[in-house]
Design a protein around this ligand. Structure first.
Ligand SMILES: Cc1cc2nc3c(=O)[nH]c(=O)nc-3n(C[C@H](O)[C@H](O)[C@H](O)COP(=O)(O)OP(=O)(O)OC[C@H]3O[C@@H](n4cnc5c(N)ncnc54)[C@H](O)[C@@H]3O)c2cc1C
Length: 266
């Protein structure tokens, strides 16, 4: 009985699309957009931004949301820096104040934005795998750690290497199929392995990582001279990969997607 009510509870929880408040009002050949996009990775380097905007009333399944491409140079767009935990300015918030956007910039049909976004999100979650980057990082960790590494460190290093091999396998499967059914699994495994690698790196840095200081907007720097070169990026990467549990859709949401897929096929 408890399991049944648990399933009902999970099924009833959905992404909070109803909370989307950035609105696009049709005015002649334009939409007029007003609202706020808080988390915009690499927002400063962007010439264009794609946005989900509310063009209709909130409804089940994301209806009433449209997908609009907006020129960042348009009057009324403001891009503000957000300093991330790694001390850098790769994040931005973007504010839209009565921004006129040609209706021709609408992707697909009005009101179908969430449907298109789900495919994009699926691709994004596969992209997080970064398998070769992880293999290179693991080679660096292995070279730095050996031959002095403890048995426990070797065990965790080997487990992470095997997990990255599994990740590679899932990516291959995603590329052969359309990716949808394994994208959430890849997102979780990519997050867990990225975090595990940076934990190993931080452990190698040990006490040398302690005196690092954040410099607003410019990353972290060593308060002491002549640190081994891997220490500063190890600290930055350790801190920043914590956020991977959140961006691209949180781990909890990915687990719910996997659960739903399993319930459909099981
Ligand atoms: C570093 C960083 C970069 C980002 N870059 C971008 C970007 O470039 N573009 C962009 O569009 N967005 C970006 N984001 C936003 C990111 O995608 C969202 O923060 C993320 O999807 C979580 O949504 P939320 O913040 O609304 O959290 P909420 O949905 O409010 O979730 C809060 C907590 O509740 C949990 N929760 C919510 N719903 C459920 C549920 N149904 N079941 C179980 N638990 C639930 C979540 O897991 C989480 O722990 C970025 C975020 C970060 C931190």
């Amino acid at each position: 009985m408890a399991a049944v009510s648990g399933r009902r509870a999970i099924r009833s929880r959905r992404s909070d699309l109803a909370a989307l408040a950035t609105r696009a009002r049709r005015d002649g050949d334009d939409y007029v957009v007003t609202g706020h996009k808080t988390w915009t990775s690499l927002g400063f380097w962007a010439d264009w931004i794609f946005c989900l905007v509310r063009t209709g009333e909130a409804a089940r399944g994301g209806a009433g949301i449209s997908f609009l491409c907006i020129d960042i140079a348009s009057p009324g767009v403001t891009v503000r820096p957000i300093t991330a935990i790694d001390g850098r300015h790769h994040l931005a918030e973007v504010i839209f104040d009565n921004v006129r956007v040609p209706a021709a910039n609408l992707i697909g049909e009005e009101g179908q934005g969430w449907t298109y976004s789900k495919q994009l999100l699926s691709n994004e979650r596969i992209w997080y795998a970064h398998v070769e980057e992880k293999r290179a990082a693991l080679r660096r960790v292995r070279a730095l750690a050996m031959p002095a590494a403890t048995h426990d460190f070797r065990r965790r290093l080997a487990a992470t290497e095997i997990a990255v091999d599994c990740l590679d396998g899932f990516v291959e499967r995603a590329l052969l199929d359309d990716g949808g059914d394994v994208a959430s699994l890849i997102k979780i495994l990519a997050t867990e392995t990225a975090q595990a690698i940076t934990e190993l790196e931080l452990e190698l840095a040990g006490g040398l990582a302690a005196p690092l200081l954040p410099e607003r907007g410019a990353g972290w720097s060593a308060a002491v001279p002549d640190l081994p070169p891997f220490i500063v990026p190890a600290v930055e990467d350790y801190l920043m990969t914590r956020a991977q549990t959140i961006y691209g859709g949180t781990t909890e949401i990915q687990k719910t997607i996997i659960y739903r897929a399993a319930m459909q096929t099981g």
